[in-house]
Write a protein that binds this ligand. Structure first.
Ligand code: GLV
Length: 301
């Protein structure tokens, strides 16, 4: 039986993954194409944002291991065999990268560094009020692997952090939003969190507050965010994820003075450490041991 590596990759990315996985799993046969391969001989798929339908027609499949932390897109593929376990990527190196991105965004928002960058472009010399970290209240939505790491990092940096997870219920959200200077979204994308960041959500946020979306573009109603920014209700948004990726040319976010755009790069999977995570699950499957980080497909993460 063999392993099929399948994804949509940037230049050299597939080759890089292939060599890291082969080094981590020397005992396995790993292919990144089905050309000349008997599909019935594949029992493990290691996937990164695979094209829709690419896992249909593999009758021997026993494990789908995602190289992405978020599996919303994968689970939305209706051709995904329903009985095959799906495991998501959980890698401390990725959590650390996400914590760094969140820290940079919150620090820049708290100290006005995005505003200073804007002022520089206007040739404007204007110091802004300087707050202490402990006076800056940050709401972290989602307290899973990444949200938990982000909350801990921000707390260690002295910020006044409060978390919220879907299980806390929607009633707990408005008071938290009203009390926060910055809201950082790290929720999984599920039917209940899709579109959560909408006009109602922004209206509940404090005037002048800021948003950091590091989770999924589909959490956000983009037109509602633009309206809240343009009305002056929100001061700034840092966005790593979008409804359409890459962010289309000419999209209002590209040139908005109070939007900072990242190219879905807040926490990229690092093959150097993630290959070992994959290897551990492949060996667990072969040995009949429980899988790590198995997704609850009903819950969606
Ligand atoms: C990236 O967004 C991931 O889910 O790993």
């Amino acid at each position: 039986m063999s392993v099929f590596l399948c994804g949509q990759w940037g230049p050299d990315e597939a080759g890089d993954w292939l060599s890291h996985l082969r080094r981590a799993l020397p005992e396995e046969t790993i292919a990144d194409s089905l050309a000349g391969v008997d599909p019935a001989g594949i029992d493990i798929a290691v996937v990164a944002n695979p094209p829709l339908g690419s896992l249909a027609g593999l009758p021997g499949l026993r494990l789908i291991q995602s190289l992405w932390a978020g599996v919303d897109r994968l689970l939305a593929d209706r051709s995904l065999p329903p009985q095959v376990p799906v495991a998501r990527m959980v890698d401390p190196a990725m959590n650390a990268a996400m914590a760094e991105t969140a820290l940079w965004a919150v620090l820049a928002l708290h100290r006005g560094f995005f505003a200073y960058a804007h002022q520089q472009r206007q040739g404007l010399w204007r110091p802004l009020p300087q707050r202490r970290a402990g006076e800056w209240r940050v709401a972290v939505l989602g307290l899973g692997q990444m949200g938990g790491a982000v909350a801990a990092r921000l707390q260690a940096q002295g910020y006044a952090v409060q978390g919220w997870r879907s299980a806390d219920g929607p009633a707990a959200l408005p008071p938290l939003l009203a009390a926060s200077h910055t809201v950082v979204n790290l929720l999984p994308l599920t039917p209940t969190t899709r579109g959560l960041l909408d006009a109602r959500f922004f209206a509940a946020m404090a005037p002048g507050a800021s948003l950091v979306n590091l989770a999924r573009g589909a959490h956000l109603v983009e037109a509602d965010l633009l309206a809240a920014l343009d009305a002056g209700h929100l001061s700034h948004a840092v966005l790593d994820v979008f409804q359409a990726e890459p962010l289309p040319i000419g999209h209002a976010f590209w040139s908005h003075p109070r939007v900072t755009v990242l190219p879905h790069a807040a926490a990229q999977t690092d093959p150097r450490s993630a290959a070992a995570v994959v290897a551990a699950n492949v060996r667990a499957l072969r040995a009949g041991r429980p899988l790590a980080h198995q997704v609850d497909r009903g819950r969606g993460y």
